[in-house]
Design a protein around this ligand. Structure first.
Ligand SMILES: [Zn+2]
Length: 562
């Protein structure tokens, strides 16, 4: 038998829910009867194996669906997990209730770590069987969003684009092309605006209702718990947003002003934001298959562990990078835990974005690959803000090798990348501030939500001006941001992580080998600690610590001479 099957060769079989529940109940009975911590530990490991096999099939089905959202078969499989999800969750919660109240808890914590128990305590506060139907309704609304967005077609100069491929024109050196592309996208989104409003209105209502049934005042606290945030709350996040507004928004405004000057325009607008000079954005000097070869050289140069990792990814065909009709938008990395391998999904569009998406997702994948020695599946991936340190960290740490993709344009790429890293944070913070406002007022109308977005835009993106984009001008451009629909409160994670990734960037400028050593150590730790403790373990500062935002941003500003 082939012991290293490619993605296409991975066996897929829809799990049998009844069998899963029977096995889970049997493990629970044994857990309750177990007399020692050692016996309980062994049962936890068996339970972990059972969960891994379910999640492996689920991830394979998810990838199939994302690869072809128009396939009825793939959709049926995806829906199976959406329907079975609450029953599986219910069995997990039953098991966790006994496990977390075990008389042997402290011995078990000493053996498998406190973090797993912290995560499980948190999980227990996010589910009751009473919300099972709401969860199914939420999953169905999320799928509707995905399908609606994947089906959007944008006509531009006789060509038909998807939301993914149209992005390739946003950085065009010709201002007229950029403006026309943005206007075309704006028109296509405007056609779906009411449908997207209605979907979000239902999602917010559904989430608020679940929170009420679980005893929360609003969805906000439940949302934080669903993100498994155990070491900070919305209070620290609000302080972080305030620091971003005070320190980073002014720098981002200076970056925008310098771009406007370089472009020689007095009416700088949204369609100019992707370019920093009259040459347009640098593009990789070849197609997707050429990029893969360059990436192999990149990872070879980064060290034997990176080289082994990437050779394996290519050999086993664990990369789906090119845009196709019907393929869902965006990029992500997932894993098939039975097989101990990650998988990367992206939508290349021929610009510098491809390199960023690629190094970003490879950061996730390398971390997942590095953490395979962790004993529990809960420890393979950390919580999301920590995950994004691996991905955004690798984007910046691969800087010395960017000539491989951009040749003489590498310096232009690096400066632009740093500017983008910085200007992204106010946008990400706006997305977070918006969601807090939305869930504070779940009864708001779609029009009131549009006003909320315009208000956060004024706070965090004060330079933003739309030209010939009435849909965006009307306060609905956030509908393009899939996290707002798919994963509430998952977005500030990128901003927190960027402040950590920039610390890696700064360390690497002083001593690349030392920075890489710390990066590897962080990847090896997986999710065995909460976010702030992971940072501490490798000598990074928490972005919640007073003064850290100012320090990190100051260093980047000095580099940019701003
Ligand atoms: Zn990521």
């Amino acid at each position: 038998m082939n012991t290293t099957p490619s993605f296409a060769q991975l066996p897929y079989q829809r799990p049998n829910t009844a069998e899963f529940l029977t096995s889970s109940a049997a493990l629970l009975a044994r857990l309750e009867a177990a007399e020692t911590a050692e016996i309980q530990r062994a049962i936890v490991m068996e339970w972990d194996t059972l969960r891994r096999s379910w999640s492996t099939q689920k991830s394979i089905a998810e990838v199939h669906y994302q690869q072809d959202t128009a396939s009825e078969q793939a959709k049926t499989e995806q829906e199976f997990y959406d329907t079975a999800g609450p029953e599986v969750m219910s069995a997990e919660v039953d098991f966790l209730k006994v496990l977390t109240t075990s008389p042997h808890r402290s011995a078990l914590e000493a053996s498998i770590g406190q973090q797993a128990f912290a995560l499980w305590d948190c999980t227990l506060t996010t589910f009751e069987p009473a919300i099972a139907d709401d969860q199914r309704a939420e999953a169905s609304l999320r799928n509707q969003y995905n399908e609606l967005m994947a089906a959007i077609r944008i006509e531009l100069d006789g060509e038909t684009h998807t939301l993914s491929t149209i992005r390739g024109t946003f950085g065009d050196a010709d201002r007229g092309v950029r403006a026309a592309a943005m206007a075309a996208m704006d028109g296509a989104m405007a056609d779906k605006s009411d449908a997207l409003d209605a979907l979000y209105h239902k999602l917010v209502g559904c989430r608020h209702q679940m929170a009420g049934k679980l005893g929360y005042d609003s969805f906000t606290e439940l949302g934080y718990r669903k993100m498994l945030r155990t070491d900070y709350t919305h209070v620290e996040v609000a302080q972080f947003r305030a620091e971003i507004q005070a320190v980073l928004v002014p720098l981002a405004a200076r970056i925008r002003a310098r771009q406007a000057a370089a472009l020689g325009v007095s009416d700088y607008a949204y369609h100019d934001e992707a370019v920093r000079d009259l040459q347009g954005v640098p593009c990789p000097k070849g197609d997707a298959s050429w990029m893969l070869d360059q990436a192999s050289t990149l990872f070879e140069r980064m060290g034997p562990d990176f080289d082994r990792f990437f050779s394996m990814m290519r050999r086993r065909d664990l990369l789906d990078l090119e845009s196709r009709d019907g393929k869902a938008g965006g990029g992500f990395c997932t894993s098939f835990e039975d097989h101990h391998i990650p998988f990367i999904f992206a939508n290349f569009n021929g610009t510098q974005d491809d390199v960023n998406v690629f190094t970003h997702e490879c950061g996730h994948a390398f971390q997942c690959y590095s953490a395979q020695r962790q004993p529990l599946s809960d420890y393979i991936w950390p919580t999301y803000e920590a995950c994004e340190v691996h991905s955004m960290g690798l984007e910046l740490m691969s800087w010395p090798h960017m000539e491989l993709f951009f040749g003489d344009d590498a310096d232009r790429f690096r400066i632009g990348h740093l500017e983008d890293a910085l200007t992204f944070v106010p946008y990400g913070t706006a997305v977070d501030a918006f969601q807090h406002r939305v869930y504070e007022r779940p009864d708001a109308t779609p029009q009131e939500r549009a006003e909320m977005w315009r208000s956060v835009e004024r706070d965090f993106l004060p330079w933003r001006t739309y030209s010939n984009m009435p849909y965006a001008e009307g306060g609905r451009i956030w509908q393009r941001q899939r996290h707002i629909y798919m994963s509430p409160f998952y977005y500030i994670d990128y901003c927190l992580a960027q402040l950590c990734a920039l610390q890696f960037w700064s360390l690497a400028r002083k001593d690349q080998a030392d920075a890489m050593q710390r990066y590897r150590a962080l990847c090896d730790l997986g999710g065995s600690k909460p976010f702030t403790e992971l940072l501490e373990a490798v000598g990074l500062k928490s972005p919640f610590e007073p003064g850290v935002v100012r320090e990190v941003v100051g260093e980047a500003a000095a580099f940019l001479e701003l």
